[in-house]
Design a protein around this ligand. Structure first.
Ligand SMILES: Cc1cc2nc3c(=O)[nH]c(=O)nc-3n(C[C@H](O)[C@H](O)[C@H](O)COP(=O)(O)O)c2cc1C
Length: 262
C-alpha cells in the first residue's frame, strides 16, 4: 500500500455560534443538526436533542478490504471531500498502572505499517507511551456518520523519518517545537521568551521567512501499529454497522474480520 502523507491545508474559517442557555444553534455543515437543545439548571446540563445517524453505503465484513489499513485509506480519501479536518484524532495512552489519558493530535501519515502522529517526546503522552507502549486512536467524522477506532503497539519513528516531516513544517512551528516544554508547567510570558531565545540560538532575524532549524532530539513521530481496527457507520434506530479487524500483535497473518453489535 502506498503511503498517505497529509499535507497542510489552508486554515479553516473559524466557527461562529450564538448561544442561549436553553438552545444553542450551531453550524458545521448543512448535513448535521441545526439545534442542540439543552435543559440547564444550576448544577446540571442535560442534552435533549437526538440525532439520527444514517451513513451512506453498506458496511459489512463482505464489503471491506482484507487489510484495515487499505480500508482506512479508502475511508480517509472519501472523508477529505466531506469532513473539515478528518485528520483530527484522539490518542489515548495509559501509565504502567493503567491510568488513562486522551488528547487530540493530527494524523500525519498512514501506510501499511500504521498510523503516525508527531509530538514532543518529553510530553505526558510520550512518557506514558515509553512506560506502556500501547495506544488507542479514535476518529469521528460527523458529516459522514462514521467513526474509526484503532488499538495498537507504538514505536518511535526513526530520526530520518521524523526529520523528513519536520522539514515540511512552517518556520514558526519548527521554532515552537524547540521552545515548548510540552506538558510542563510554565510561567506567564515564558513561552514567548523561550521562542525568542530559540530564534537567537539559530540566528533567525525578526522578519526572516525561512531558516534551517534542526529537528530537536526530543521531538518526533510515533507510529501506532494496529492489532485491532474498527469501522463504524451510524444507522437509524442506533442499529449501527460495526466491522472489526483483529490479528495478533506483530503478526503477518490475515486479519480476522467480524461484524459486531452496535
Ligand atoms: C485539533 C488538535 C490537534 C492537535 N494536534 C497535535 C499534534 O499533532 N501533536 C501534538 O503534540 N499536540 C497536538 N495537539 C495538542 C494536544 O491535544 C495536547 O494538548 C498536547 O499534545 C499535550 O498533550 P499531553 O500533555 O497529554 O502530552 C492538538 C490539539 C488539537 C485540539
Amino acid at each position: 500500500m502506498s503511503r498517505l502523507a497529509l499535507v497542510p491545508r489552508p486554515s479553516s474559517a473559524s466557527l461562529s455560534a450564538t448561544a442561549r442557555l436553553s438552545q444553542i444553534r450551531g453550524f458545521l455543515s448543512s448535513s448535521i443538526r441545526m439545534d442542540a437543545v439543552l435543559e440547564s439548571s444550576e448544577d446540571k446540563i442535560r442534552v435533549l436533542s437526538r440525532r439520527q445517524y444514517e451513513a451512506s453505503g453498506t458496511l459489512t465484513p463482505l464489503t471491506v478490504l482484507p487489510s484495515p489499513l487499505d480500508e482506512f485509506r479508502r475511508w480517509f480519501i472519501e472523508a477529505q471531500s466531506h469532513v473539515r479536518e478528518p485528520e483530527i484524532m484522539s490518542v489515548s495512552t495509559a501509565t504502567a498502572a493503567g491510568i488513562p489519558s486522551s488528547r487530540f493530535v493530527l494524523l500525519k501519515e498512514v501506510d501499511s505499517r500504521g498510523f503516525v502522529f508527531f509530538t514532543n517526546y518529553n510530553s505526558r503522552k510520550s512518557r506514558e507511551l515509553d512506560e506502556n507502549p500501547h495506544a488507542a486512536l479514535a476518529l469521528y467524522w460527523p458529516e459522514m456518520h462514521r467513526q474509526v477506532r484503532v488499538v495498537g503497539r507504538v514505536e518511535r519513528l526513526t530520526k530520518a523519518e521524523s526529520e523528513e516531516y519536520y522539514r515540511t513544517r512552517p518556520l514558526g512551528s519548527r521554532i515552537g517545537a524547540w521552545a515548548s516544554p510540552q506538558s510542563s508547567v510554565v510561567e506567564e510570558g515564558e513561552l514567548s521568551k523561550r521562542f525568542n531565545e530559540v530564534k537567537d540560538m539559530f540566528a533567525v532575524k525578526e522578519d526572516q521567512l525561512e531558516a534551517d532549524i534542526p529537528l530537536p532530539d526530543f521531538w518526533g513521530g510515533w507510529r501506532v501499529i494496529p492489532f485491532e481496527v474498527e469501522f463504524w457507520a451510524g444507522k437509524p434506530s442506533r442499529l449501527h454497522d460495526r466491522v472489526r479487524y483483529t490479528r495478533e500483535l506483530d503478526s503477518d497473518a490475515e486479519w480476522k474480520i467480524e461484524r459486531i453489535a452496535p
